[in-house]
Design a protein around this ligand. Structure first.
Ligand code: CA
Length: 226
């Protein structure tokens, strides 16, 4: 398997690399959350082993970003002993399993092998909507023979909105759930991101049918679209 290891403690990181390489895996390791999110989104990994306490972006936020951009990618979280909250939250953020520190080599490898055998999650990788094809795996939208690139964040937003179809979502919810930020001041950033995204995916951005505005509430996936 191609495994991305995210651990800021150098000793443990080296230990994980040795252990996983010894088990026949191709291992890449990074030491902070921001690099982890970028690296994890840039490529599809067979498994991400993700520490929770990280500099520059915590493991929960990294997990949410990875889940948003690559829903089917298995994530194994490393949590501290006794922090039951972290386990629950981690699984809620989309981690597939967790191992509690300190763990034995045997325990970790057992979890890694179990996730490797697991069938990929049911993932929507392509949506045909209102004459457009949203290709999440290739990060593009195709319409009328033209192909337009989408950023990982735009794919995350589209995928998340599609999952919430049938209800209106607020700007602050998008900000928190998709962009991993808080604060009412930045909700304008959501509107700007939607404007840019509509230009890419909508037939007529002035008459959006895929990402519709709900007055007084925020946005919703278009009712008539799959
Ligand atoms: Ca750590």
């Amino acid at each position: 398997m191609r495994i991305l290891v995210v651990e800021d403690e150098a000793g443990l990181r080296e230990g994980l690399i040795d252990l996983l390489q010894g088990d026949g895996h191709d291992v890449t390791a990074v030491g902070d959350g921001a690099t982890a999110a970028a690296t994890g989104i840039a490529e599809s990994w067979d498994l991400v082993v993700l520490d929770l306490m990280l500099p520059r972006m915590n493991g929960m936020d990294v997990c949410r970003k990875l889940r948003g951009a690559r829903p089917g990618m298995p994530i194994l979280m490393l949590t501290a002993r006794g922090s039951e909250d972290d386990k629950v939250r981690g699984l809620g953020e989309g981690a597939d399993d967790y191992v509690t520190k300190p763990f034995s080599a045997r325990e970790l490898l057992a979890r890694v092998r179990a996730l490797g055998r697991r069938a990929p999650s049911e993932v929507t990788e392509q949506i045909d909507v209102d004459g457009a094809v949203l290709d999440f795996a290739r990060l593009v939208v195709k319409r009328d023979g033209a192909t337009t690139a989408l950023t990982p964040r735009e794919v995350g937003l589209l995928r998340w909105l599609h999952r919430q179809r049938g209800r209106a979502v607020s700007r602050s919810e998008i900000l928190e759930q998709v962009f991993g930020q808080r604060g009412d001041l930045q909700t304008r950033a959501v509107d700007m991101a939607i404007v840019v995204l509509r230009k890419k995916v909508e037939r007529d951005p002035a008459q959006p049918r895929i990402i519709v505005s709900i007055k007084g509430a925020g946005y919703a996936w278009g009712e008539d679209t799959p």
